[in-house]
Design a protein around this ligand. Structure first.
Ligand code: FAD
Ligand code: NAP
Ligand code: SF4
Length: 668
């Protein structure tokens, strides 16, 4: 059997989990629906796909625990009734499901937010109210009541959210707990809150109900817990009745990336391993585990007893079954971009997935077989064309995909060269296999024009973009390169000006200032990541932080933009800060309000906020946005379907490209 550790069953609290995969809690925006049938379909698909234990998004035990006003709550019989449709749907697929109880504490985006002490978090505009002694007691009662109601609703268990800087974590850490009563002060007092919640919950729900506790094992904030404190709490939780301990890494306010694509795969399993042997209950590890092999290796070396994956199951609901059936190379791998999941949630939009636009739209976006099988030509094998070709062929059309270059992928071939974005290559592997399975005929090295497209019933134009030129003197000089030339390996000098501060300008700056580790391999990559972000890989310091290692950059880079304001302000909601922080560490200069005049042997001549300047550089790299490559679309006129960059270059990203490809193919 492939992946024997991953697929081994596990007995917990009278339940047998069919394998070691826990679908980690993830808020997707369906939690706020009045009727949970959409959420039921979403979870049922993951249960059908083989997940061992599903954990829902965070559900508040009371109003003060809301993540935002009117967020989901489990506080009454009516709430419990509403959940029943989804527990039944999961059970009908042979799955198990636990409800996560999350009290947002001072992260609640609400004037009702409460915390152990009246200390505002750096990531919320609301200052929380300090809970009174009575308030602490009634909050514990609400956790217990929520668990009882979850049981009534048909859940197999609950996960009590004790990490990521939410209320329970705020009690534990002296960073946020300044109380002087029985619930604050020394560590034993500070951990009384989680221990009482667990003890009373266990007493209320009985033995045959799974209680998972998500324990913050690495706070990554100053004044967080020490390792000895974490061990003491873990032992207390086991004694109080917890069945499974899940790993929490980093508070939301931590200035350390913990799940973005630049985080190496499985970068935090060493933390869970450190706790092995300190308690007798199974441990779940988490963060950036996105392939069956990574998960299998983690379990085989004994770092943990289960693995938690959240976004990978958004990207592919059939992840576990494909691993079981020896079809791991057919998995649609999560590339950790956050663009359609977390970024949507933080923008108050329903989550979906960049590589799987069907995610969270299980009831609305359905694919039906084509009524008539047509001859379909798709021109361009970037993300838009790949998505269109695979989807059309799966519906029963005869599809030919034309690609001018010698490989599929379009701009994703450039994206995957950026340090920390190697995951983008997985999407190309996925589409390549998916197209092969569906019988798409791929014609590489073929630039399609009207002649090649004669005889097709439908033509989809996905020809992408062309980089924008600057239109200033000197731009054709030897010292000027496009981002495409740079990422394809053209030599670049030591002093560089980058024109354009969009996603590509930032990526190119990262590419040019990245310090390649002296040694290669996963261990060296992990060590470099931990050092760069100041993570104490031994967890000997409070909160697990130490001084970051910021070696001098290999190049002196200046990024310029014409507009006013902070550079990189429009980068991803949950990842932009990482890119900005990374470039700051590399001493990259950021210039706004630039007016470019000319480029010559001296460098880039420009005015900055009205002042003439000369940026003395060896190389100027142009990342000034893109224009539609719509020559073919114009030639073909209205008979063609135009998608992706070929349709609109402004604000283009792969999320839009892949979704448009799937949508157009679903309609043919
Ligand atoms: P393209 O990817 O441009 O593909 C078009 C394809 O059409 C090309 O392969 C081209 O060779 C082919 N073609 C053109 N004309 C013809 C013809 N006549 N016949 C046959 N073939 C033809 N997006 C994100 O969402 N997140 C990111 O993190 C991200 N990072 C990026 C990093 C870099 C460095 C770059 C360059 C881009 C990044 N992008 C990112 C943008 C993303 O890659 C694009 O939005 C996406 O590739 C657009 O897809 P597309 O299919 O419309 O066009
Ligand atoms: P972009 O984000 O639109 O940025 C273009 C940059 O060029 C801006 O800084 C713009 O700002 C500047 N510019 C525009 N017209 C110019 C002109 N005529 N002369 C000089 N400068 C000009 O586009 P991009 O960086 O090319 O990225 C393309 C797409 O890929 C983006 O939409 C993005 O979503 C996606 N992408 C995403 C990521 C990610 O991490 N999520 C990474 C890479 C790419 P000023 O006008 O102020 O100068
Ligand atoms: Fe993963 Fe990106 Fe999809 Fe989120 S949007 S699940 S990070 S691939």
């Amino acid at each position: 059997m492939s992946h024997p550790h991953l697929l081994a069953p596990l007995d917990v609290a009278g339940h047998t989990l069919r394998n070691r995969v826990l679908m980690g809690s993830m808020h997707v925006g369906l939690e706020e629906d009045r009727d949970y049938s959409r959420m039921a379909a979403y979870f049922a698909a993951r249960a059908r796909g083989g997940v061992g234990l599903i954990v829902t998004g965070g559900i508040a035990p009371n109003r003060a625990g809301w993540l935002k006003p009117f967020a989901a709550r489990m506080a009454s019989k009516r709430d419990a009734d509403r959940h029943r449709v989804l527990t039944e749907a999961v059970h009908a697929e042979g799955g198990k499901i636990a409800m996560q109880i999350l009290h947002a504490g001072r992260y609640g985006y609400s004037p009702l937010a409460v915390a152990p002490s009246r200390i505002k978090s750096p990531i919320s505009p609301f200052t929380p109210w300090a809970l009174s002694k009575r308030g602490v007691e009634s909050t514990i009662d609400d956790f217990v009541r929520s668990s009882e109601l979850a049981r009534e609703a048909g859940y197999d268990g609950v996960e009590i959210m004790g990490s990521e800087g939410y209320l329970i974590n705020e009690f534990i850490a002296r960073h946020t707990n300044k109380r002087t009563d029985d619930w604050g002060g020394n560590y034993q007092n500070r951990i009384r809150f989680p221990l009482e919640i667990v003890r009373r919950t266990r007493a209320a729900v009985g033995k045959d109900f799974i209680v998972v506790f998500r324990l913050s094992m690495l706070d990554l904030v100053p004044d967080g817990s020490t390792w000895d404190e974490i061990v003491e709490l873990a032992r207390g939780l086991e004694e109080a009745g917890v069945d499974l301990l899940n790993t929490g890494i980093g508070w939301h306010e931590a200035r350390v990336p913990t799940i973005a694509t630049c985080v190496p795969r499985g970068a935090f399993t060493w933390v869970t391993r450190k706790l092995k042997g300190e308690v007798g209950i199974p441990l779940i590890t988490s963060n950036r585990i996105n392939t069956p092999q990574v998960a299998e290796d983690i379990l085989a070396r004994g770092d943990a007893d289960m693995v938690s994956m959240a976004r990978p199951l958004l990207a592919d609901p059939d992840f576990v079954n494909k691993a079981r059936d020896g079809q791991s190379d057919r998995i649609n791998t999560c590339i950790a971009c956050n663009q359609a999941c977390l970024d949507h949630i933080f923008s108050n939009k329903q989550a979906t997935c960049l590589v799987n636009p069907w995610a969270c739209y299980e009831t609305e976006r359905t694919l039906t077989p084509a009524t008539i099988s047509k001859k379909v030509a798709v021109v361009g094998a970037g993300p838009a064309g790949l998505s269109a070709a695979a989807t059309a062929a799966e519906r029963g059309h005869k599809v030919v995909l034309f690609e001018a270059s010698e490989r599929i992928g379009g701009q994703f071939n450039l994206a995957k060269t950026i340090p920390g974005k190697g995951e983008f290559g997985e999407t190309l592997r996925y589409f390549e296999n998916r197209m092969a399975d569906a019988g798409v005929e791929v014609r590489l090295g073929t630039r399609a024009g009207e002649a090649e497209l004669a005889g097709f019933d439908e033509v989809i134009v996905a020809t992408g973009i062309t980089p924008r030129r600057l239109g200033i003197p000197g731009e054709d000089g030897d010292n000027v390169l496009t981002y495409i030339e740079v990422l394809n390996g053209a030599p670049v000098g030591e002093r560089v000006a980058i024109i354009g501060a969009g996603g590509i300008g930032f990526d190119v700056a990262e590419f040019l200032t990245h310090q390649h580790a002296a040694e290669s391999g996963d261990d060296a990559e992990l060590a470099a990541f931990l050092a760069e972000w100041g993570i104490d890989g031994e967890h000997t310091t409070r909160g697990g932080l130490k001084a970051p290692h910021d070696p001098p950059p290999p190049r002196q880079v200046t990024v310029c933009q014409r507009s006013k304001g902070k550079l990189g302000a429009r980068l991803g909601k949950t990842t932009g800060w990482i890119h900005r922080a990374q470039l700051k560490k590399r001493q990259v200069a950021m210039w706004a309000e630039c007016l470019y005049e000319k480029i010559d042997g001296e460098g880039l001549h420009l005015t900055v906020a009205g002042t003439p300047r000369l940026l003395e550089v060896d190389t100027v790299v142009v990342c000034a946005g893109q224009l539609v490559n719509d020559g073919l679309a114009t030639e073909l006129g209205e008979s063609a379907h135009v998608i992706g960059g070929a349709k609109k270059a402004g604000e283009l990203d792969a999320k839009r490209a892949i979704a448009e490809g799937a949508e157009v193919a679903a309609r043919l």
